[in-house]
Ligand binder design. Structure first.
Ligand code: PGA
Length: 238
């Protein structure tokens, strides 16, 4: 799974060194980032002209907080490759005016000539970015309240007696669907099987925000056996 996902990014950077990448965080893409760092170390790819936009950031965590997505990106990719900090974009979770920050971020993406490849994970509740069930399908970058299930899923990272954040700034579904030229979604594990099934097999609805990917013309989905298990079961029944 990691090799397939990394190969897609590597091919893009080799054909377009100026590519704009949309980046995701979480456990799922970690193996892919490791392979991208290895590909950089052996000279297969170069990040010096690459621009990146991350999907989201927690409100209230500054860039130095170890669980911030700023820290995640530094730890797993940015500090291992030669990438210009001014070309890496992540919403500022401690902006004085979060709504202004959302508009600033959306305008930066809109001014980028489009995201060549947007990486996505999927939540067990079908969220993409922090677009939780019920999210506005046309929504742009906005402040989102995390559902209880998402906060529970994220609590594993906040072990020091600290609560998982309640709010985040996230690209909206509209941001992702209109600005991404291609999308690559990764999912691993049986706990994602239902979300993957709903994303692909159910009617498009914001009960499962990922189902809106059915409306995008260029989506690649890379999943492991566990995440595919409901699709496989129903295929066997037919
Ligand atoms: P995970 O998160 O990769 O940590 O499972 C994915 C998501 O919630 O979007």
């Amino acid at each position: 799974m990691n090799a397939l996902a990394a190969a897609s990014v590597i091919r893009l950077l080799q054909t377009n060194p100026n590519a704009v990448l949309g980046l995701a965080t979480g456990s799922t893409p970690l193996g892919m980032y490791r392979l991208l760092v290895e590909a950089y170390q052996v000279g297969k790819i170069d990040f010096s002209l690459v621009t990146t936009f991350n999907l989201d950031e927690y409100i209230g965590l500054n860039a130095d907080h170890p669980q911030s997505y700023h820290a995640y990106m530094r730890t797993h990719l940015f500090r291992h490759v030669h990438i210009h900090p001014e070309r890496t974009h992540i919403p500022n979770g401690t902006a004085d005016d979060p709504d202004f920050e959302c508009r600033r971020y959306e305008a930066l993406i809109a001014g980028s000539n489009g995201i060549d490849l947007q990486l996505l994970g999927i939540g067990a509740n079908g969220h993409i970015g922090f677009n939780e069930p019920g999210a506005d399908p046309c929504g742009r970058t906005h402040v989102a309240e995390l559902t209880e299930s998402t906060r529970k899923a994220n609590a594993r990272f906040f072990t020091g007696g600290e609560d998982a954040p309640r709010y985040a700034i996230t690209m909206g579904l509209g941001t992702i669907l209109t600005h991404s030229k291609r999308i690559l979604l990764l999912a691993a594990g049986a706990h994602k099987a239902e979300a993957v099934y709903r994303m692909l097999k159910e009617k498009v609805s914001n009960d499962c925000p990922a189902s809106y990917l059915q409306t995008h013309p260029m989506v690649e989905i890379v999943i492991d056996q566990g995440a595919a298990s409901m699709l496989l079961e129903t295929a066997h029944e037919k």
